[in-house]
Design a protein around this ligand. Structure first.
Ligand code: MLT
Ligand code: MN
Ligand code: ZN
Length: 305
């Protein structure tokens, strides 16, 4: 199983267009050892030819153009993208669907809750039906147990793990999310047994999530914020990380502690532009390195054979 990180940043990307926080300003001015990051998305393949896009970011066009793996490979119109799977209905994970309209119809894998938000509160799916029918929705099993498969990626077994996080700001379920608003993915290579756990939005560690952390050979998990009050400290608003559905890395209940004793490869993804770990010379980045935790970057490839 091949995993390609298309975008390792959180909503807004890095630098964010209107942000002068120390990280955004530093990367813009070249005074910081840090790499720009596009918004949150990965893609999975087993054969290097067919890819399932996991989340479709507003930077999708740029991400697809940047990587020859996603260039059309035959005929006049073609895409290596076999479809899209959404882990939630957040703007940074879904607005790339609009960029895919020229390639419709395409399969879309998501929960009932996500389909509902994208049909009513942010009606991308009805709008896109005007492009040769738009997306064909396949509902994911939401019990956390039932495995499913994706036709274009044979040999992989998938499970959708309900995650405690938050529904999008525009959702009627903002601050009162239900299971299905946020899922993680446990993806197993059936030949080798190797497993990836992908959870870009995660507010705390449930028993099911703990099992996934212990079981997976590679983890790509919520790396949005270093501290719970990161935005407030910088004067950028009063929303805490946890209120937004993201557990911070530092602190007793933070991700670093949660990953202690976990044996799989540990990678943080969906990094917000305010997070000090973006600065490769920061003490926070050193702390991660000491804990054996990596930070995803755009273009990162992981091969779980
Ligand atoms: C999130 O991950 O919490 C959202 O992408 C934030 C946002 O929509 O700005
Ligand atoms: Mn996000
Ligand atoms: Zn910033």
């Amino acid at each position: 199983m091949l995993i390609r990180v298309l975008g390792s940043g959180a909503g807004g990307g890095f630098p964010q267009w209107n942000c002068r926080c120390p990280r955004c300003d530093g990367v813009r001015q070249g005074t910081l050892r840090a790499s720009p990051r596009t918004q949150s998305s990965i893609a999975i393949s087993v054969d290097h030819q067919n890819w399932l896009l996991i989340n479709a970011s507003p930077d999708l066009r740029q991400q697809l153009t940047a990587s020859p793996a996603f260039w059309p490979a035959s005929g006049l119109r073609h895409t290596p993208l076999a479809g899209v799977l959404l882990t939630d209905a957040q703007i940074d994970h879904v607005t790339g669907l609009l960029m895919l309209r020229e390639g419709c119809p395409l399969p879309l894998y998501c929960t009932h809750s996500v389909e509902e938000d994208l049909s009513l509160a942010l009606p991308l799916l009805p709008a896109l039906t005007h492009w040769r029918g738009g997306f064909n929705v396949h509902h994911l099993p939401e019990d956390g147990i039932t495995p499913f498969s994706i036709d274009a990626l044979p040999g992989l077994s998938w499970r959708a793990i309900p995650l405690p996080s938050n529904a999008p700001p525009f959702s009627p379920r903002r601050d009162a999310p239900r299971p299905g608003d946020n899922i993680g993915l446990l993806i197993t290579n059936q030949h080798s047994g190797k497993t990836l756990f992908y959870a870009p939005g995660l507010a705390h560690i449930t028993a099911a999530v703990r099992q996934c952390l212990q079981q997976a050979d590679c983890l790509m998990v919520d790396g949005t914020f270093w501290t719970n009050d990161e935005m407030a400290r910088l004067g950028l608003g009063d929303k805490t990380a946890l209120a937004m559905g993201h557990m911070p890395q530092s602190g007793a209940d933070g991700m670093i502690n949660a990953l202690q004793g976990v044996v799989g490869r540990k990678i943080l993804i969906h990094i917000n532009n305010t997070n000090p770990i973006l600065d490769e010379d920061s003490p926070e980045r050193r702390e991660l390195a000491m804990a054996g935790i990596e930070v995803a970057f755009d273009g990162m490839m992981v091969n779980l054979c």
